[in-house]
Design a protein around this ligand. Structure first.
Ligand SMILES: C[S@@+](CC[C@H](N)C(=O)[O-])C[C@H]1O[C@@H](n2cnc3c(N)ncnc32)[C@H](O)[C@@H]1O
Length: 277
């Protein structure tokens, strides 16, 4: 199954880079057999099991997508990538997954929430890592986990990308110590972080309300000049995924404008409907 989501960004030189790599990736990239051997060894540690819905971000030629699909079945796998070339190879495998053309740093999120979001050998290439984390967090169900996985450590990978140069020469995997600060703004907490020469594994969990967008949406309950009539609503995932953040900020401005001077905006977290206060 496949569908296009957005148009691939033409300004990110990595799209052309990975399109060029796509036809030969399974021969010139990491050895697929060795990769699968390592993944099977790590299997229990990754916490993937039957029934989980999984989003794979940066699936490339789908080297591991079939394995993911058979591991989580009857859960579903949606595999996304911004390189049409990579996706064409992945779709040709005929595995039981939905392949979607999507730029995790640019496209608005699509419908869907997942128990796991997995970035396998892809995170360093996301040109806007904070934006990618925000979008991925929105796709997590409450209690869901983000997994960032590499079969090498951050220093090894960063040195490797530097040696490759070109479009990916500055692509960078933040070392384990930096992740708590990267994840806090998107409502995720580190559960496990391994960063050694042969493995990078970052597991982070969404709170009870799922990964949230920062801020939330605020609604003005009445017209201008109100004393206490501004009310607020913080949407949880997956609602927030359907509300572009610019809408949330427009509502916040409306709510502030509706107040008399000297009154402050009050936030009622976890309310699903506007309420007068
Ligand atoms: C090094 S390849 C790894 C592919 C695959 N995971 C594997 O292990 O064979 C990185 C992949 O991430 C994809 N990618 C990079 N930036 C992306 C973005 N902003 N949105 C979606 N995919 C992206 C690339 O197109 C590429 O297929």
């Amino acid at each position: 199954m496949s569908r296009a989501h957005g148009s691939p960004p033409t300004r990110d030189p990595r799209v052309a880079f990975f399109d060029r790599q796509a036809p030969t990736w399974d021969r010139t990239g990491p050895d697929p057999d060795a990769t699968m051997r390592r993944l099977r060894e790590l299997d229990g540690r990754l916490g993937l099991k039957a029934g989980l819905d999984l989003l794979e971000v940066g699936c490339g030629t789908g080297q591991i997508t079939g394995w993911l699909a058979s591991t989580v079945r009857p859960g579903r796998v949606v595999a996304v990538d911004f390189s049409e070339g990579m996706l064409a190879q992945a779709r040709a495998r005929g595995v039981d997954a939905e392949f979607v053309l999507l730029d995790i740093c640019g496209d608005e999120p699509f419908e869907g929430s997942f128990d796991r979001v997995l970035c396998f050998h892809s995170f360093p290439h996301f040109r806007d890592q904070a934006g990618a984390l925000r979008r991925m967090a929105r796709h997590l169900k409450p209690g869901g986990q983000l997994l960032v996985l590499h079969l090498a450590g951050s220093s090894q990978l960063n040195a490797f990308h530097q040696s490759v140069g070109g479009a990916v020469g500055h692509d960078h995997l933040p070392p384990a110590a930096r992740w708590p600060a990267l994840l806090r703004p998107v409502g995720l907490e580190v559960r496990e972080a391994v960063d050694r020469a042969d493995l990078f594994l970052l597991k982070a969990e969404a709170g009870a309300r799922g990964g949230t967008m920062s801020g939330g949406a605020f609604f003005a309950w009445k017209g201008g000049g109100c004393d206490r009539s501004v009310s607020a609503c913080q949407m949880s995932q997956p609602e927030s995924a359907r509300w572009p953040s610019c809408w949330a900020w427009a509502w916040i401005r409306t709510a502030i404008n509706a107040l008399r001077p000297g009154r402050t905006l009050r936030s009622l977290a976890a309310r699903r409907r506007p309420m007068s206060t």
